[in-house]
Design a binder for this molecule. Structure first.
Ligand code: NOJ
Length: 558
């Protein structure tokens, strides 16, 4: 067994390719653009790139609906160009992680096209085709709801059967109980690993096993059927099969993604003393400090809730599992709008990075996060592009919300906020492209862009570089223990780390007012060295200091 541990020390940069950088002048980000920016990525101090899906896709869910698992979408380049990016990345010491989306395929995948030809087609059983209920067979086989679009079943007139789609109608659930499907998945993994990629981020991976007989879920309004597939009966068996038959044979790592995952669930899949089906999982609870379950149900930010989530990870995973530290990805609005404060954009962005990435875990940074990109303000619903935004629109309309009220909600909570083109310069189209970008460019690109950040020693970008360098040079950040102080404070986040006789204290303010901080017992700040901070002040008064708005400081005691 390869049993790698190197993933623990990685900092990973996530690219959502459509909005990263356009290199061929069609307004859509692509691999030519990535090639141009590899040195920039390397300069951040990261060790790997995770690509959101680059494969052929009709883009019903921008790449998360794959129509060919072995082919790079012509919008982004081709396999030869991908190989070049891979080699160039490797030359720079950057690993490459691909997205593996096997809960579903696009309805334009050849397997699905075959499967709907007839009930005895060899591909029919690759998916969940079922007869309808009722006299005319026109009632869906069960009461499950789709996470994205109404009911979870779509009727096919030719076959007179329904197919299952837990996500959009064009994202058809694969029947993982069919050993041929599992073999296909393993072959796809091998295809990319043999080409040289270093691992996978596995999309909604705990959804791949559905309860036998596809029974009805709890009745509405509580139910969606989720309880029958969010951690299905064969999930451990299938993930172990992928681990033993493929992953163990390569020097690679896998990070699983699955909504509603907390530390306890993650451990079932990642326990280092067990089968370790996955190396780590993205947890979701720390991203729910300003919402209820989903970003769309927005609530005021609750620092205690976020701190509790982190504390729980460290307690539960301690010595057994490994956290994935992230604050943004393509599924969420920008963090500085959520947990930070736009009046203190630079300060709060640096503080958020510090409080998160000074913890133990593998670092994930999403494109644009490193320059403090912010949410947009769209004027009309027509400007949105995402299936989830449109589905939520229907739901909110049913609840009596006006278009204007929903527009406000979407502007704050839509995941599309994280999908605007990366702002490279203050020039035309923000240096993202030479043509009109495929999606709205945030108006603030003249002030917030990479070029500006490069020229400012105190920029968020340069702070990220310092922080990642510090992480790399100080194993205490990666391997130290975790002890929280002032748990009950709803304004401060304070924790210490200990490793091989060294101590580190991380102090962060979530307030826009000055606050008095007193060092916890056992710490003498005069004896520590301030190694990171977002204000130049060093002043210590009575073993504490007055924290500026959103101030963060890291002290090292050697
Ligand atoms: C999770 C992905 O991150 C998200 O973007 C996608 O829409 C769903 N899985 C469905 O594949």
């Amino acid at each position: 067994m390869a049993n790698n541990q190197w993933y623990k020390e990685l900092a990973v940069y996530q690219i959502w390719p459509r909005s990263f950088k356009d290199g061929n002048g069609d307004g859509i980000g692509d691999l030519w653009g990535v090639l141009e920016k590899l040195d920039y990525i390397k300069s951040l101090g990261v060790d790997a790139i995770w690509f959101s899906p680059l494969y052929c896709s009709p883009n019903a869910d921008y790449g998360y609906d794959i129509s060919d698992y072995r082919k790079i979408s012509p919008e982004y380049g081709d396999n030869e160009l991908f190989k070049k990016v891979l080699d160039e990345a490797h030359k720079r010491g950057l690993k490459i992680i691909m997205d593996l989306v096997v809960n579903h395929t696009s309805d334009e995948h050849e397997w699905f096209i075959e499967s709907k030809k007839s009930k005895d087609n060899p591909y029919h059983d690759y998916y969940f085709w079922r007869d309808g209920k009722g006299k005319d067979g026109k009632k869906p086989p069960n009461n499950w709801l789709s996470v994205f679009e109404g009911g979870a079943w779509e009727y096919n007139e030719d076959l007179k059967q329904y197919y299952l789609h837990v996500f959009a109608k064009k994202q058809v659930d694969l029947n993982m109980d069919n050993p041929k499907v599992r073999q296909e998945v393993k072959d796809i993994m091998k295809f990319w690993l043999d080409m040289g990629v270093d691992g996978f981020r596995e999309d909604v991976i705990t959804f791949i096993s559905k309860a036998e007989g596809l029974p009805n879920g709890f009745p509405l309004p509580i139910g969606t059927g989720l309880e029958h597939y969010k951690k299905g009966p064969h999930i451990h068996e299938y993930l172990s099969e992928f681990r033993h038959d493929v992953l163990d044979k390569y020097d690679c790592f896998v990070v699983g993604e699955s909504p509603m995952t907390n530390a306890k669930t993650a451990l079932e899949f990642t326990d280092e003393h067990g089968d370790k089906e996955l190396d780590m999982m993205f947890l979701f609870d720390h991203m729910e400090a300003d919402c209820f379950m989903t970003d769309t149900i927005h609530l005021p930010f609750n620092l205690k809730k976020m701190k509790k989530a982190f504390a729980n990870w460290h307690k539960t995973l301690d010595g057994k599992g490994w956290p994935a530290l992230y604050l943004e990805n393509h599924d969420h609005p920008r963090i500085v709008d959520r947990y930070g404060n736009l009046n203190y954009r630079v300060e709060s962005a640096k503080m958020l990075a510090t409080m998160c990435y000074m913890q133990s875990g593998t670092v994930f940074i999403y494109q644009g996060q490193e320059i403090g990109m912010t949410n947009f303000h769209l004027d009309s619903l027509d400007q949105f592009k995402d299936v989830v935004t449109f589905n939520n629109y229907k739901l909110f309309k049913k609840l009596g919300f006006s278009d204007a009220a929903y527009l406000k909600i979407a502007n704050t909570t839509s995941r599309e906020n994280g999908r605007t083109p990366v702002q490279w310069t203050s020039g035309e189209y923000a240096g993202f492209s030479t043509a009109e970008p495929w999606f709205h460019l945030n108006e603030n690109y003249k002030q917030i862009n990479v070029e500006q950040a490069e020229n400012d020693e105190n920029s968020i970008l340069n702070y990220y570089r310092k922080l990642l360098k510090f992480r790399k040079e100080n194993p205490i950040v990666i391997y130290g223990d975790y002890k929280e102080h002032y748990k009950d404070s709803d304004k401060m986040f304070v924790y210490e780390r200990n490793y091989e006789g060294k101590r580190m204290l991380v102090v962060s303010s979530f307030s826009d007012r000055a606050l008095r901080f007193d060092a916890p017992e056992g710490f003498n700040l005069e004896k520590g060295k301030k190694v990171l901070g977002n204000y130049s002040t060093e002043k210590i008064i009575d073993n504490g200091f007055i924290m500026n708005p959103y101030e963060t400081r890291v002290y090292l005691f050697e």
